[in-house]
Design a protein around this ligand. Structure first.
Ligand code: GCW
Length: 671
């Protein structure tokens, strides 16, 4: 359980002997990590001890291009001319295996890739591959608090903090760094974006010496450390009478802070900022905008190469349900789009994948790509806040792929989110993908062992969005469990169907929410319906859904480029799965599928439950192929999932039957 996908199960290989002679040509901290990983992996996979040297004659040679001399020919060197420093070459030539690139990080990624190839039983003497990451920033955000809790954490407590202190034993942090590096993650913010009282002091001497230790651990795995900050820090820490971003004292205050941080962490990544969002302080208090706020921090960070990652999750969270013109979905675009061009070049806007909040189904945020002169990254949530909380199985890679493949038409047909966030459409200086992590101090890291697949997949997908959901699932299963074909097939099937299954038994047709307030697990159809958070479904006896059209609704659809704008705005062309996100319709409205909305609701909810029953059966057939610990963990989680699915099925069906008065065509039981 503990090693997630770095199990390094024994493999049969005719090239086993090669692994006894490995040359690592440099001695940086990353090189040490490479050596440590190889030692663990080689011993486990081949039961041999590698002997290390710095000789160019070794069977396996790992080194930066310049150190390899004659071993790398001109043609190979040429290939590296225009590609990033993180790209690596693995090449078998003249009875030697080379792993090379322009930096230590490239070697690290190359070695992890090589180890993956070996675990998949591939013949390393056939390797000749140059690989480069498609996204330059590949980040995880921890929502960890100093008291040891994790906001929206479903895997126990924090591995970073406990009882108001940074953990003394940092061995789990190091293991986490190994997992992240193995899938190419290169940046991490280590504290919650909601920065509470004591965490505000993370940017001071009180905590920096220990945060430096964490930065050192991550650095050795090619991962840059960021901190979430409290925008009101000058007031909270030093009693300044303002945090106004245009105030000279405030500006100086932040410059001094950054100077001190960089004294401890010279390669400090920068700040992640949640400002003017859900009651967190921000520039609005001083009548300043997000550009003023972020630019002030950016100025302080610029001399050290630091960045400001400014979140766009800004909306009115004290709405009145009677107010039909305020639409939370519109908020990010309305706030940020007018500011395009005003941000400094080391400011990056971080935008959630959908306009609401990580629901099982949402349209893609229209803000992504809409700002041509402002660096943007997308934010996913690996933590399953609204998708089963790591009790229910929900493999999210298919969802993320759908988002990445969405065509925005922002620069004509074929302007996908994938291209935008990779920086191929607008001349972004920085671009990439961030996500909220799903790990904690549970022995298996992710609560449900199967939720490890989301973390693994997030990294792999961020490195290369062209990988298919199937490929990623297969890789993960083989490395984590076994290459046994039956296991790969059954478990692959379970993972790949799970998003759709979860959608089937929860909120229908893109409307979202209907969850228990605060905890966000389990059904409560009207739980948020009269609250201030702006997350409504507007179901009454006649119909359901949110009118976001231009003519009669909130006008949200106009934030999309054509033809998306019309596709969503017109009832006839709006895709079924998002119908209730964009339109309010009668229960008897007929979907493109040919079913009425109400019958669709009944059918999917009965089906979703049955599908979970099937998941349980599928898993039971795995009993003899999986170790008891992991087998039992997953079986227990599936038992929770089936309870949850039943609860959702019954509550949703009964609620809508009672609201609409329309019976189920198939006469099934409602409770
Ligand atoms: O979805 C909401 C979560 C909050 C979270 C917020 C955010 C960190 O329920 O717990 O706060 O999003 O993304 O800032």
């Amino acid at each position: 359980m503990y090693n997630m996908w770095l199990q390094y199960n024994p493999v049969e290989s005719k090239n086993k002997d090669m692994w006894q002679e490995v040359a690592i040509l440099n001695d940086s901290c990353i090189a040490t990590s490479i050596k440590n990983e190889l030692t663990i992996a080689i011993e486990k996979m081949f039961q041999v001890k590698p002997a290390y040297s710095t000789s160019n004659d070794a069977k396996i040679v790992i080194g930066i291009i310049d150190e390899l001399g004659e071993l790398v020919d001109k043609q190979q060197k040429h290939k590296f001319a225009d590609i990033s420093d993180e790209s690596f070459l693995i090449s078998y030539q003249n009875d030697q295996l080379l792993v090379t690139g322009k930096s230590d990080k490239a070697l690290l990624y190359g070695v992890y890739h090589l180890l993956r190839e070996v675990q998949h039983g591939h013949d390393i003497t056939k390797l000749n591959l140059l690989d480069q990451p498609k996204n330059s920033l590949r980040m995880l955000n921890q929502w960890d608090n100093l008291d040891g809790s994790v906001e929206r954490g479903y895997s126990g407590n924090s591995i970073f903090y406990e009882n108001g202190k940074i953990v003394k034993d940092k061995s789990r942090i190091k293991d986490y760094a190994r997992f992240l590096a193995s899938v190419g993650i290169n940046a991490i913010s280590i504290n919650n974006v909601n920065v509470w009282k004591e965490e505000t002091y993370f940017i001071t001497k009180k905590y920096l010496p220990e945060i430096k230790e964490i930065a050192d651990i991550f650095r050795a795995y090619g991962i840059t450390l960021y901190l979430s900050i409290n925008f009101a820090s000058p007031i909270a820490i030093d009693g300044l009478d303002t945090a106004d971003p245009l105030d000279v004292n405030v500006k100086q205050w932040w410059k001094d802070r950054v100077q001190e941080i960089c004294h401890y962490i010279p390669d400090f990544g920068g700040f992640v900022v949640k400002a003017d969002s859900e009651h967190r302080p921000g520039p609005f208090t001083y009548d300043r905008d997000h550009a003023d706020g972020s630019n002030m921090l950016a100025e302080a960070l610029a001399p050290y190469g630091g960045k400001v990652i400014w979140r766009c999750f800004v909306y009115n969270c004290v709405q009145d349900w009677r107010d039909r013109s305020t639409d939370r979905a519109r908020a990010a675009y309305d706030h940020f789009k007018p500011l395009d061009g005003k941000f400094h070049e080391n400011v990056i806007l971080q935008i959630k994948n959908g306009p609401m909040d990580f629901q099982v189904r949402e349209p893609v945020s229209p803000l992504i790509g809409a700002m041509k002169k402002t660096n943007q990254i997308i934010e996913f949530q690996v933590a399953q806040e609204y998708t089963g909380q790591q009790r229910d199985l929900c493999y999210l890679i298919p969802q993320w792929k759908e988002v990445l493949q969405f065509d925005t038409y922002i620069k004509g047909k074929g302007t996908t989110i994938e291209d935008i966030v990779a920086g191929r459409i607008h001349p972004y200086k920085y671009s990439g993908i961030a996500a909220v992590s799903n790990i904690g101090n549970d022995e298996n890291w992710t609560g449900n062992t199967l939720a490890q697949a989301n973390l693994y997949g997030y990294g792999r997908l961020t490195w290369n969005p062209e990988l298919s959901s199937e490929t990623i699932a297969n890789e993960w299963i083989q490395q984590t469990f076994t290459s046994n074909e039956n296991v790969v097939n059954v478990l692959g099937d379970m993972l790949l169907n799970s998003w759709e299954i979860y959608e089937n038994y929860t909120a229908p047709l893109g409307v979202g929410w209907m969850v228990t307030p605060n905890t966000h697990y389990g059904p409560n159809i009207d739980g948020y319906e009269y609250s201030r958070w702006g997350t409504y479904h507007f179901a009454d006896r006649d119909g359901i859904g949110v009118d976001r059209t231009k003519e009669t609704g909130t006008g949200y659809t106009s934030q999309y480029e054509e033809p998306n704008q019309s596709t969503y705005n017109n009832l006839d062309s709006c895709p079924d799965e998002l119908l209730l996100f964009f339109h309010h319709v009668p229960y008897k409205y007929t979907l493109k599928s040919g079913k009425t909305v109400i019958q669709h609701i009944y059918d999917t909810h009965f089906l979703g439950y049955e599908q979970v029953e099937q998941l349980v059966q599928q898993w039971e057939t795995m009993k003899d192929n999986i170790d008891p610990l992991r087998y039992t963990n997953i079986r227990e989680r599936l038992a929770l999932q089936i309870r949850n699915a039943r609860e959702w099925r019954d509550q949703i069906n009964t609620y809508f039957y009672r609201k609409s008065g329309i019976p189920d065509e198939k006469g099934r039981t409602f409770y």
